[in-house]
Ligand binder design. Sequence first.
Ligand code: 3H9
Length: 708
Amino acid sequence: MTVTDQATGGATQPAELRRQGRVGVITLNAAPVNALGARLRAAIRARIEEAEADPEIGAVVLTGAGRLFSAGADIAEFDGAADGPDLGELIDRVEDTEKPVVAAIHGQALGGGLELALACHHRLATPSAKLGLPEVKLGLVPGAGGTQRLPRLVGPRIAAEMIVTGKTVGAKAAQAAGLLDAVTAEDGLIADAVTFAEALLAEGKPIRRTRERDERLLEARDESGLFDAVRADNAKLFRGFEAPQACLDCVRAATDLPFAEGLAFERDTFRRLMRGAQSIAQRHVFFAEREVARIPDLPADTPTRPIHRVGIVGAGLMGGGIAMNFLNAGIPVTIVEAAPEALERGLGLIRKNYEASAKKGRLRPEDVTTRMALLTDSLDFEALAACDLVIEAVYENRDLKRSIFERLDRIAKPGAILATNTSFLDVDAIAAVTSRPQDVIGLHFFSPANVMRLLEVVRAEKTAPDVVATAMRLARTIGKIAVQVGVCFGFVGNRLLDQRQREADRLILDGALPRDVDRVLQGFGLPIGPFAMMDLVGLDLGWSREASKGESVRDILCERDRRGQKTGAGFYDYDESRRATPSEEAEAIIREVAQRRGITQRTVSDQEILERCLYPMVNEGAKILAEGKAWRASDIDVVWINGFGWPVYTGGPMHWGDAVGLPTIVESLRRLEAEHGPDFKPTPLLERLAAEGKSFSEFDRERSAKRG
Ligand code: 3H9
């Protein structure tokens, strides 16, 4: 029986104390990730007090059960008033313990989990362990002493870098930096930690508390400009986000203030950020990205089909990018093209991409060889017969895609999944040309497919549940975040994009300049404005001179060979290094088209640009929900954050809509409808939620409760 069992009469505890000789081993045991919620905090405190009171115990080892040490504070608690001991107080209490405490880390020690370890008197970890303070990704600073203790162990520069980026470090690097005392054997963590604790007892040295160590802090005083340098090195992370600067300020406080004052500064900063809109949005995204994997009508034990080989039809930019995802995950790929030159070009591009990664040190040269060796190319469609999943990735043409599916139906082995990478087309209609619509699904990758995290899993009317489950599982294997969507024009991502594009196109006729629209949307936090985006993609995508009526701005730009960056001109002019400047010619074309259409141009305010571009997206999201094409509003947020770079600190279009206030959006849409027509008509669901004073997140909660 453990010491805890004796104390609790055998009931399972979230933290247990077991004695090994003179060492008390406290094990955190709160599946799945040992999040430091109220019960676990209370249990750790109780076990520490028991160990301290037990005369048989001379030293303590603190470790985690399951696959990791601890994922940190329980994020779900942040929205309410937390019970039990405050995490910061508990961590201070651990540091105060009169017997040496050794943290024994495996898997991961993240956020509050690492902060707990920092307050232990010594730290050991397995070689595969990862340590980090990722709070910044939740719009927070570490709030339980991490910004004060970490610089004392590793110095302010490494600490600032870790805290501002939220990146984890491996055990070896952590040891080199001074964060770990030693790296243990992979399988002998507890035994090594107990031996380490026994040695401490034998040595009888005084306890070494992190808060009392300040030798590494002097570095910041010696290295002026250290914090500016960290900011400059990570400039991208600071754009629009509040937390990274707050993280730097806290580490600076560690170097400038006595420990207790630095700690107080950190706690105030943490509390301020936790209540702020950015952290609320980023926490929403954290949970939304996990919720999205749960498909309400698909039980968790739905069987999946084995995928040993993937076939890809089309070796273009998209097909090649898709292939790389599977090769990276060690899954063999057969890629098929119709013409030898196209196949050659496609393979060359894949190799070039890998070689570029190797050059940048992101890939070992031998990995390039291994990955390319998994790739089989062919000009013969029959080569796809052995594949368990075939993804069609040819250009967006209904008849072409249908004919490919007719051929696949004849060739593919029974049970093979047949997927289309269409962005807009009707997957039901594609499935209907086969004799096995239950095996057909849409897998909509986003360009560049080897980089973008989003995958829309388009479930057609007859797609079998195990096909959907397989797609969701596979997405995880290749590192994508999959969102299950229903069949409709543009699915979720492009359907919202269409709304924005329509308004952007109208706004420039009304008098806004392309650079105004781009500036406002970039200022909002989107990575690129709609016109710069069109120039980047190419204005002639889906345009042909023969079909051009020369009526729209785009038609005329294309006719004048202003097809975007590749021709050195589009909505903007470009120099040799593709730097954009406003274009007189493009602006004259816009004025000309406006005049022809009888539009009197006027000054358009930034607020009008924002509302006209973004409110219809929220409205369309509501329509998608009402039609059941997405399971949750938060799924739509996940699509736009991961597929289009919507700023995560606003939580996605639907969460942002909630933050603006649905009644405000409805009121503006009604006004815009009166001024500009029915495209702005608020959808009934949006009107209802606004009238009932509800938000999309309440809508999600209610829908989920109804489903049970
Ligand atoms: C913090 O520590 C603040 C302190 O500085 C100060 C406080 C005063 N809390 O991701 P997974 C859930 S802030 C609550 O699918 P994986 C997660 O929702 C925290 N729940 O697994 C999921 O639940 P469900 C700083 C959490 O193997 C389940 O666990 N720490 C937490 O792909 C499995 O998660 C972080 O930011 C949590 N802290 O990845 C680390 N963590 O099954 C956040 C996880 O119901 N966590 N859950 O959907 C992670 O990065 C990943 O979850 C981890 C595992 C790498 C640990």
